[in-house]
Write a protein that binds this ligand. Structure first.
Ligand code: CDT
Length: 301
């Protein structure tokens, strides 16, 4: 049986603060229908797809930003997207901010990515593991990167799920820079990793990295794909959002580390590739046969 999954990286251009969720969902529906016209099985949207990247602003009272979080998924705003995906029999992956409450009333704020199969069933909701940036206001920066104020890190690590005829894993933005992300999914047999991102081109702690953002993006995902024999789908929210320029360059990588398809704009754009999951075994069963060749007995963690 064929294990070709046709995947669309549904890159979004900027989402401004004044854009409503309904505005964004309209744009996502355009991409979803274009993916359906190209017989895609799965459409992957970026990190925090439904709103502007709000960690760029500090508020004294964190609750003042709670309107950027979703209480449930799907919800009233995203219901048309989920309905259309089900009608077209396309799976969905989508990043958003999730607000939850513990039984004792404690508020929980997560940066998540949720995966739904072609029958409209939820496969999993992944919480971001590596939370970058800073915890408190740093007014000397041209803009903030307050993810460590707005989100708590996942206690769960990286899961891998049976879906789309293969083994599917997720990571979010900064997770893609860390070899542990890929390896912990690789050790679970991952064949397709889905990753949304918002990557500002300017990195205040070390601006010498600014011109390297595209290079680093490609470097880590290509290496992660190759070293674990897996496809990797990187999906940006790019372009100039509230004055902050962010990397686009959404790309689908093969288990060989090669680029299968990449974005050519910094706006809403569909990047499509046929991912034959059987390709993964050519690496997993040879050069990267973990059981045979890894040496965990001599590695220090
Ligand atoms: N969203 C996200 O994780 N962005 C980070 C920016 C660098 S850390 C300030 C990234 O790794 O792309």
């Amino acid at each position: 049986m064929s294990r070709v999954v046709t995947v669309a990286a549904a890159q979004l251009g900027p989402v401004q603060r004044t854009d409503s969720r309904a505005d964004v969902v309209e744009r996502m529906l355009v991409l979803l229908r274009a993916a359906a016209a190209r017989s895609c099985d799965l459409v992957v949207f970026p990190e925090l797809a439904l709103t502007t990247f709000f960690p760029r602003w500090y508020v004294d009272d964190i609750a003042a930003a709670d309107h950027f979080y979703e209480r449930a998924m799907p919800n009233d705003a995203t219901a048309p997207l989920f309905a259309e995906a089900r009608r077209c029999r396309i799976g969905l992956a989508l990043g958003y901010a999730l607000f939850g409450t513990d039984p004792d009333g404690t508020a929980r704020r997560w940066n998540v990515q949720t995966l739904w199969d072609r029958d409209g069933r939820e496969v999993a909701t992944f919480k971001k593991v590596h939370i970058p940036g800073h915890e408190s206001n740093e007014p000397d920066r041209p803009f903030q990167h307050l993810e460590r104020y707005y989100f708590e890190p996942s206690p769960d690590g990286f899961g891998v799920w049976d879906a789309f005829g293969g083994r599917v894993g997720m990571m979010i933005c900064n997770d893609r820079r860390w070899p542990e992300s890929y390896r912990s999914m690789g050790l679970q047999g991952v064949e397709l990793i889905l990753c949304g991102y918002n990557t500002p081109l300017h990195y205040a702690p070390d601006p010498s990295q600014d011109p390297l953002q595209g290079f680093h993006n490609q470097l880590v995902m290509s290496a992660g794909a190759y070293q674990n024999g897996t496809f990797v789908v990187g999906v940006a929210k790019g372009g100039v959002e509230e004055g902050v320029d962010s990397l686009a360059e959404s790309t689908i990588f093969a288990p060989s580390g090669e680029v299968l398809a990449t974005a050519t704009t910094a706006g809403d754009e569909l990047v499509v590739a046929d991912c034959d999951l059987d390709w993964c075994a050519r690496y997993k069963d040879t050069l990267f046969d973990f059981e045979r060749y890894r040496r965990p007995d001599v590695y220090r963690t």
